[in-house]
Write a protein that binds this ligand. Structure first.
Ligand SMILES: CC(C)(COP(=O)(O)OP(=O)(O)OC[C@H]1O[C@@H](n2cnc3c(N)ncnc32)[C@H](O)[C@@H]1OP(=O)(O)O)[C@@H](O)C(=O)NCCC(=O)NCCS
Length: 308
């Protein structure tokens, strides 16, 4: 409602001025020196722009703004600006957490809000950086761009269309058919592994990931399905790492399908990190980590949990 005597332009300028003043206070409170404020304010504005743009996977852009600030004002100022961003998002959003989220997700979200604040206040400068995936994840949780579903997170994303070209002929048609069934390749939930909830990395925890994701789809009616890419969906692991077999089995149980995906250097490192047997097989040329895409259409997942 427009109050008599106050023009909309004036009100917007005042609102902008209020934000700038409070951001300045926040940055000064976080130890950014007055002479570095301009660069820190610019980084802060670019952070918020990235987080509000709804583009998936903005870690690189956020890290680039952080690096630009660090070049002008030093790493310490960059970390202080990152801490201020986390505190700002916590203050702004902690009371706005969605009460209609499935109970399990709401509980993990509350836990993650507290962990994010702790990391921002007590973490070392080397941790409070967008080059650290954990800090980046928490910022996305605070900004309501990422939801914890047990040992994984989900983010809004799209199934990369270039994967159609990676499939052998039969699978290309199946992937096209699956995407056509949902009328497009986005928005989907994309699964991301969460190293902080490793204790839940077991069959029960994996089932919970899908159950909570199905519940979240009730809140986000436009989501067409859920997908994830990992080396642990590789069918060749059946003999080498049978303890991981439940990961593929349960995707199939909830109505999912597998497709070929790209394998990066990071995936190979992850696949070899925890297992002597996989490292030995790799050295002997008997195992080459390969990533697969697991994709569960919305209708199938909701049907499985009797939510559709
Ligand atoms: C994904 C991950 C958490 C799975 O861990 P896990 O459930 O313990 O399964 P792993 O196959 O990796 O097991 C590691 C070792 O513990 C052993 N192990 C696992 N479960 C076991 C059990 N219940 N009893 C005895 N040994 C067990 C495995 O045999 C394996 O050793 P080996 O292969 O030399 O025999 C782990 O591999 C990891 O942290 N990887 C790096 C991060 C990563 O890849 N994340 C996913 C990104 S998509």
């Amino acid at each position: 409602m427009i109050r008599a005597g106050v023009r909309p332009g004036d009100r917007q300028a005042k609102a902008r001025g209020d934000v700038v003043a409070s951001v300045t206070d926040l940055l000064l409170g976080q130890g950014v020196k007055a002479r570095d404020l301009g660069a820190a304010e610019a980084a802060f504005a670019s952070y918020l722009g990235c987080l509000e743009s709804l583009q998936p996977k903005v870690q690189k852009e956020l890290a680039a703004s952080e690096d630009a600030l660090a070049r002008q004002a030093g790493r310490e100022a960059a970390a202080a600006c990152n801490r201020a961003l986390a505190r700002y998002l916590y203050k702004k959003n902690n009371d706005r957490r969605d009460p209609t989220l499935p109970q399990g997700v709401a509980g993990y979200q509350e836990e993650d809000f507290a962990r994010a604040l702790k990391l921002a206040s007590a973490g070392a400068d080397e941790q409070v950086t967008f080059h650290n995936y954990v800090f980046y994840s928490y910022i996305e949780v605070l900004a309501f761009r990422r939801w914890p579903v047990g040992n994984h997170y989900v983010v809004r994303s799209g199934v990369p269309r270039r994967l159609l070209l990676r499939q052998p002929p039969g699978l290309a048609a199946k992937l096209l058919w699956t995407l056509a069934g949902g009328r497009g390749n986005h928005p989907y939930f994309e699964l991301h592994y969460n190293p902080h909830r490793l204790r839940l990395f077991n069959p029960e925890g994996w089932r919970c990931v899908f159950e909570l994701t199905a519940g979240l789809m009730g809140v986000f009616g436009d989501i067409k399905g859920v997908f994830g890419v990992s080396w642990f969906f590789d069918p060749k692991l059946a003999s080498l790492s049978p303890e991981l077999g439940f990961l593929r089995r349960q995707v199939e149980e909830v109505g999912g399908r597998f497709f070929v995906a790209d394998t990066t250097k990071d995936h190979i490192e992850n696949a070899l990190k925890m297992s002597r047997a996989r490292r030995a097989a790799y050295k002997a040329g008997r195992y080459r980590p390969a990533c697969y895409l697991a994709l569960v259409p919305r209708a199938a997942l909701l049907r499985h949990f009797r939510l559709g």
